[in-house]
Write a protein that binds this ligand. Structure first.
Ligand code: TYD
Ligand code: MG
Length: 467
């Protein structure tokens, strides 16, 4: 006799458990397990009897490259890999209130104005609310098909037709429900099967399906993580609620690169594209504050200059504090350890604060050298030479390693008026301080000792910090 299957499902990761527990063993989330209606018993083993043989085909086909449907919002199109693809499913995740509905309303209006048939189906807001927003965004004239619905059956009935809209936005997947399931909308079972049905429709009818998903930390609503493997593209819309900057980041893309970011600014009239993010992240940068260093980074295909700030203060408590915003705290611990054991810079009795200005999150190891420079600068109270950018990876031996795309980083720095760069030795082709193709003077670092030498030169030149 088949035993009933486990019906306690973690709302964060979708793992099923036999009994309720306070913590999910699979993803470590607390208080995320809820009881859901049991699905049918686990399938028995299958044999090949009665199955149809699958035919193999060569890798090379006659299919042409899929045409992209562009929204006209170039930051959005670029993150998608050049536009939307027919027959694909895209998930836009993010915290509630971050601007997902605003972004997608603007994108659908862009599509509609370019004569693509689009439908915007909201399960969260009333038609009047969306109309008000559209009016505020100046998009009320766009021929978007607007509807409010939450039943997947109704949506399928509407869209499963040859003349269905080419692009369909579902805002949000957590409000959708499939009436064959007992569980409430927003639970893993509902979110998963609603998405499955809609994606199947999109593949069959060659529609582009855009799903909005809220990310919740509490686990009250199923996180869109359970959907990540079902869709073709996953974009996360992130940003600090207090900042007006918003980043659209591709974390999975079957039709394009995944490290691309799009930068937007939330204004009174919707999201505005930021085509030169370096200028935005460097707004307010000052050359005369110690502990601040400009890092020449690469986000996706684009160089982005961003300010890294460090603050080192004597610790008031027994244990020193390390607080990091926008970078990996384990990576900071590593840099501090290397500085201590290779260069004798002991910050063990100091609180260390590290911040990436502007709300950006950096994951590149190329930021190591900039972080080390910011820490040394803050510790010594000493400035780097003015108009300097820094990049390079640091190894555990204190050596500075080469990183990719140095020329692109240097060009961007030059464009923004920087004159000097502190770079890994291997990056340029010749040693010593000289002009590269981008006419920026470079200081080549073989190890962290060379970085200290730059600060010593600055001391010798009598440059001390204003703060
Ligand atoms: P919204 O798109 O509703 O967020 P989500 O769908 O991700 O939950 O955005 C809501 C926030 O955006 C809200 O706090 C107000 C702000 N906003 C503006 O600042 N300007 C605007 O023009 C619009 C439409 C929204
Ligand atoms: Mg919304």
């Amino acid at each position: 006799m088949a035993r009933p299957t486990a019906n306690f499902v973690c709302q964060q990761c979708g793992a099923t458990h036999r009994k309720w527990a306070g913590k999910c063993d699979d993803c470590g989330a607390w208080n995320s397990i809820t009881e859901e209606a049991a699905s049918e018993a686990a399938p028995k083993g299958v044999s090949g009897a009665g199955g149809r043989p699958v035919s193999f085909v060569p890798l090379q086909g006659t299919e042409e490259q899929q045409p992209r449907i562009t929204t006209g919002i170039s930051e959005f199109d670029r993150v998608c890999g050049g536009g939307l693809v027919a027959g694909s499913a895209l998930l836009v995740g993010g915290d509630p209130g971050i601007g997902k509905s605003t972004l997608l309303l603007q994108a659908t209006a862009g599509l509609a104005n370019a004569d693509t048939q689009v439908a915007y189906i909201s399960g969260e807001e009333a038609v009047d609310q969306i109309r008000l927003r559209a009016a505020r965004l100046g998009l009320a004239g766009a021929p978007v098909g607007l509807a409010t619905a939450t039943s997947v059956r109704d949506i399928l009935a509407t869209l499963d037709r040859p003349d269905a809209p080419r692009v369909v936005v579902i805002d949000s997947i957590q409000t959708m429900y499939v009436d064959t399931l007992d569980s409430a909308p927003g639970t893993v079972a509902q979110v998963r099967s609603a998405a499955q049905e809609l994606i199947r429709l999109a593949k069959r009818r060659q529609l582009t399906l855009v799903l909005v998903g809220h990310v919740t930390k509490e686990g009250a609503i199923a996180g869109p993580r359970v959907l990540e493997h079902m869709v073709d593209t996953v974009l996360y819309f992130e940003g600090e609620r207090g900042h007006q900057f918003r980043l659209l980041r591709a974390v999975k893309n079957r039709y394009g690169p995944t490290d691309e970011i799009g930068v937007f600014e939330m204004t009174g009239t919707g999201l505005a594209e930021v085509s030169n993010p370096s200028e935005l992240f460097l707004a307010g940068h000052s050359d005369n504050v110690n502990g601040t260093v400009v890092f020449a980074g690469i986000e996706g295909t684009r160089p982005v200059l961003v300010e890294i700030q460090a603050l080192v203060t004597p610790t008031a408590l027994g244990t020193a504090r390390r607080a990091v915003v926008g970078w990996d705290s384990a990576r900071l611990a590593m840099i501090l350890a290397v500085l201590q054991s290779r260069c004798g810079l002991n910050l063990g009795a100091a609180d260390v604060y590290l911040n990436v200005a502007g709300g950006l999150r950096i994951s590149e190891p190329a930021a190591d050298l900039a972080v080390a420079a910011a820490l040394i600068s803050a510790h010594l109270g000493q400035l780097l030479p003015a108009r300097t950018v820094v990049f390079g990876e640091i190894g555990l031996g204190g050596e500075v390693r080469a990183v990719g795309q140095s020329e692109a980083r240097l060009k961007e720095a030059e464009k923004l008026g920087f004159t000097t760069a502190i770079v890994p030795q291997a990056a340029p082709r010749r040693r010593g301080e000289r002009a590269t193709e981008s006419s920026i003077a470079t200081h080549d670092m073989a190890s962290l000792h060379d970085l200290f030498a730059i600060f010593e030169d600055a001391v010798a030149a009598g440059k001390t910090a204003a703060v």
